[in-house]
Design a protein around this ligand. Structure first.
Ligand SMILES: [Zn+2]
Length: 201
């Protein structure tokens, strides 16, 4: 008798018979798809940004809160501000350093990027598709920059001031804008692009 797939811990035989796919998915304990995977792994995002964003959304970076628990770090304080426990919520959202960067880039894009659950908020806003893509990409740029600066602070005890990081992110998004141009641009998006000076009249 062919055995098909498990549900929980019990083998079930399905009418369509055995499939390697269903067996593999059971063996690796496949979970439900998460809503944000398409945003992070979009074609327009830089792979290094997507990779770090993926780890952040999964709370999987080795931050000092975890390193301290493992007795690898002497304390659990944030490398950037030295004031709060360094966990994912603090480092990429609440820390004064990351908040300044998200605020600065958000002001340039006329879009508030400082809210918690920012990816969910962006996808639910009544913006055009292109604006949503660029804003998500901007958030990933910010997160990546914060992660790089955090590592600089930990290893070399120095960081770049937020204004310089914001300017670098703006430059990077401007230079990547040619990738976005291949998308269909709605009239709503066009007006926004002119406002943030990614396009001229
Ligand atoms: Zn901090």
């Amino acid at each position: 008798m062919l055995i098909d797939c498990f549900e929980d811990t019990v083998w079930k035989i399905r009418p369509e018979g055995f499939t390697v796919k269903s067996c593999y998915n059971w063996l690796r304990n496949k979970k439900e798809d998460v809503w944000w995977y398409k945003i992070i792994w979009s074609n327009m995002g830089a792979p290094k940004h997507a990779f770090i964003a993926w780890l952040i959304t999964n709370n999987a970076l080795m931050l000092k809160s975890r390193l301290f628990q493992l007795h690898i770090a002497p304390d659990n304080l944030c490398c950037l501000c030295q004031l709060q426990e360094e966990n994912h919520a603090h480092l990429f959202h609440q820390c004064v350093f990351s908040a300044q960067i998200l605020q600065g880039v958000g002001q340039w894009l006329h879009s508030d990027l400082t809210q918690s659950d920012i990816l969910l908020k962006v996808t639910r806003r009544r913006w055009g598709r292109l604006r949503k893509s660029i804003c998500c990409d901007a958030v990933f740029h910010c997160w990546y920059a914060v992660w790089m600066q955090r590592n600089q602070a930990r290893i070399n005890q120095c960081i770049v001031v937020p204004a310089v990081v914001i300017a670098q992110i703006q430059q990077a998004i401007r230079s990547r804008y040619c990738l976005y141009k291949s998308c269909n641009v709605s009239s709503k998006d066009r007006a926004w692009l002119i406002r943030v000076q990614l396009e001229s009249n």
